[in-house]
Ligand binder design. Structure first.
Ligand code: ZN
Length: 87
């Protein structure tokens, strides 16, 4: 999944500010690069897809448009898990 450069720049800007990816939304990130409101909207639309493959495809399409992050990006942006070193 590769985004057009201008969209990628928007995504990285918003992620670094911990702000929702949706243009015009100034709320803080809740999950997948979205605020709680937009995350709910995304999940609702994704859930309408009948198969897991369709849901994954929908997620990737939205991510390519810079409307949401992929799960691996969240991990990447969050950095390493500090709890992994315990125990
Ligand atoms: Zn939002």
């Amino acid at each position: 999944m590769k985004r057009p450069r201008n969209i990628q720049r928007h995504v990285e800007d918003r992620v670094s500010q911990k702000k929702c990816l949706i243009a015009g939304c100034d709320k803080d990130t809740y999950a997948l690069g979205l605020c709680k409101f937009h995350h709910n909207q995304f999940v609702y639309q994704r859930r309408k897809r009948k198969t897991e493959a369709d849901r994954a495809k929908y997620h990737a399409l939205a991510a390519r448009r810079g409307l949401v992050l992929m799960s691996h990006e969240c991990r990447q942006y969050a950095g390493s898990n500090v709890f992994a070193a315990i125990g």
